[in-house]
Design a protein around this ligand. Structure first.
Ligand SMILES: [Zn+2]
Length: 318
């Protein structure tokens, strides 16, 4: 029997990654190229289509293409609504890619966070899970929710912007969105840097006073018990614990999956205080039903390849 394959494409702010994968998430082929953010989007489309067409030629089992892009996506119309770091606004990406293919194939597009959640459900930490929350913690904070098997989308394709729910709207640090005290001003790359900068003068002995303020330096300092870095990490853990409690109380998930570079680099520091905070703020019935764990998929393009299976399963649903 011919192996069914899909192509996954993850278009990010710095790189675009492609994979050819099978239904079990095994990667047969992959390629990464730099994203040319200064070029018009049609250039990106041409380069992606050229590579996908090579795969279509090389593998005869390819049954669809899945594409992940940053920012909100109108999935039904196939439009990337606003991908700020690509300079895209209302880009009809689905139509453009479909037209550029050498052979007619179904193409599916979604935002990179939803793609991550779908990838975890098919191939990763949330395998076959019908109720889970996926939080991605990197430079900022995003999220996706699968509730009773359905991936939530919202009225304007912009659901689960939990990074901009405020923990302290009066005294919190000012966020890029204009509010104060947003979650991502405490638990994200930009948040921990802003927090460390705010208190540098209060901790003249901190090793962070000498070097440049980067997430890596803050993590290293926290691992060495630096007082300022420890304070920053404790607040990050508290904020994440509160966010987990919101999700656990609101959606009653069986799992919270945490993904993103920052959380993978700091979970050994954050896990215990995060879970203690979450437990203290959850209804016991909800907390008992939920586990909190790290994501398993490290490849956004593999998540994008899962989009095809996800949609084909959805189509079969009564
Ligand atoms: Zn904000």
């Amino acid at each position: 029997m011919r192996t069914e394959l899909t192509v996954g494409v993850d278009i990010g702010g710095t790189k675009t990654a492609l994979v050819v994968a099978d239904r079990r998430g095994r990667i047969l082929d992959s390629k990464t190229l730099p994203t040319q953010t200064q070029a018009p989007y049609s250039d990106t489309v041409s380069r992606v289509c050229a590579l996908v067409n090579q795969y279509i030629e090389r593998y005869d089992g390819i049954s669809g293409i899945g594409i992940g892009v940053p920012g909100p996506v109108d999935v039904a119309r196939g439009i990337a609504i606003h991908a700020a770091n690509l300079g895209w606004r209302d880009v009809p990406i689905l139509e453009a890619i479909t037209k550029g293919l050498a052979r007619a194939l179904p193409v599916y597009i979604d935002n990179d966070v939803n793609v991550g959640a779908i990838g975890e459900r098919l191939f990763g930490a949330a395998k076959d899970q019908d109720n889970f929350v996926y939080l991605i913690i990197g430079t900022g904070v995003g999220g996706a929710v699968v509730f009773d098997k359905v991936l939530l989308r919202g009225a304007s394709n912009s659901e689960m912007e939990i990074g901009h729910v405020s923990l302290d709207p009066v005294c919190g640090r000012v966020c890029t969105c204009g509010q104060r005290g947003c979650l991502e001003m405490s638990i994200s790359g930009k948040g921990i840097i802003a927090h460390a900068r705010q208190h540098l003068a209060d901790y003249p002995q901190s090793r962070l006073s000498a070097g440049s303020l980067t997430t890596r330096n803050i993590i290293n300092a926290a691992e060495a018990n630096d007082a300022l870095a420890t304070h920053v990490m404790q607040e990050a853990a508290r904020a994440l614990g509160v966010a987990c409690a919101w999700c656990i109380n609101m959606f009653n998930p069986a799992q919270i999956i945490l993904g993103g570079g920052l959380i993978h680099a700091t979970w050994h520091l954050l896990e215990e205080p995060t879970l203690a905070t979450a437990r203290a703020r959850c209804l016991p019935l909800n907390y008992a039903a939920a586990t909190v764990s790290l994501s398993q998929l490290r490849d956004g393009a593999l998540g994008a390849s899962a989009l095809v299976w996800h949609h084909q399963n959805e189509d079969k649903r009564p």
